[in-house]
Design a protein around this ligand. Structure first.
Ligand SMILES: [Zn+2]
Length: 262
């Protein structure tokens, strides 16, 4: 067993992901990647093929090359929706509204899609990543909202893994690795203050969790206090936990030990 200074156990691991990677957000994503830079922690890049209906990522000159360079340096690519935006029609009732509008600002593209449409978007997204020369083995639904139609469509692909906010999930047998995420909501000052409190509480609550994930979003780069908070969390984790790529958690499962496993 590896133990760090002060007797702190380094049995626990952490994984960093950058959400909403697209040509339009690449500058902000690059600023987030700089937070990882001394020590070069590898990250999972969640790529959106046509973010908010913008240009197809594989048709934007130079973008594929940027991503291939990151992969060569150790990062992994995950497919993250197709448009990212939830355009599946009006919410059905107050619970559906809360889930799809209040919580996510209508960013849950795969929350309410019918299976055929989800399958079409998955195929188009995979074609786009393949055209950029990127290998991909996982799909993460925007806002982690994977509706039943999308779930069925996903089972028809060759992809191996997906994720919810609190777990990594193998698609074909549904097996899970507990992996709570920290995430900032940056849409307004009160949400940022609330996020700071929620994340502090989750850090405490999941302090013994074998794997904690840090989910960084391009919008975080626009708020110095959010960048500072990430810098502090990443600095602490570098001393107390081992870095790992999200979907290597299945391969490294036997090594993921901790009192809050499950
Ligand atoms: Zn996203």
């Amino acid at each position: 067993m590896a133990h760090g200074v002060n007797g702190a156990s380094r049995e626990g691991a952490y994984a960093v992901s950058i959400h909403d990677v697209a040509p339009a957000t690449w500058e902000a994503c690059s600023r987030l990647l700089e937070l990882l830079a001394p020590g070069a922690v590898a990250a999972t890049l969640l790529v959106v093929p046509r973010y908010h209906g913008g240009p197809a990522a594989d048709e934007v000159p130079g973008f594929g090359a940027e991503l291939r360079a990151r992969v060569a340096a150790g990062d992994e690519i995950s497919l993250h929706g197709y448009l990212h935006r939830d355009d599946a029609g009006p919410p059905r009732g107050p619970l559906d509204w809360a889930r799809r509008r209040l919580y996510t600002a209508a960013e849950g593209e795969f929350a309410a899609l019918a299976e055929a449409e989800a399958a079409r978007r998955l195929a188009a997204g995979l074609r786009c990543l393949t055209a950029m020369g990127l290998a991909v083995r996982s799909f993460v639904a925007p806002a982690w909202l994977l509706g039943p139609g999308s779930r069925r469509a996903l089972a028809g692909t060759q992809l191996d893994y997906t994720a919810s906010r609190d777990a990594l999930i193998r698609i074909h047998d549904g097996s899970r690795v507990a992996a709570p995420s920290l995430v900032w909501s940056t849409r307004s000052a009160w949400r940022r203050r609330l996020s700071a409190q929620v994340n502090a509480r989750r850090l405490q609550q999941h302090g013994a969790s074998p794997l904690v994930r840090l989910a960084l979003h391009p919008a975080d780069a626009g708020h110095p206090e959010v960048l500072d908070a990430w810098r502090e969390i990443i600095g602490t984790f570098k001393r107390t936990r081992r870095p790992m790529l999200e979907f290597d958690a299945f391969a490294g499962r036997g090594r993921l030990r901790g009192s809050a496993a499950g």
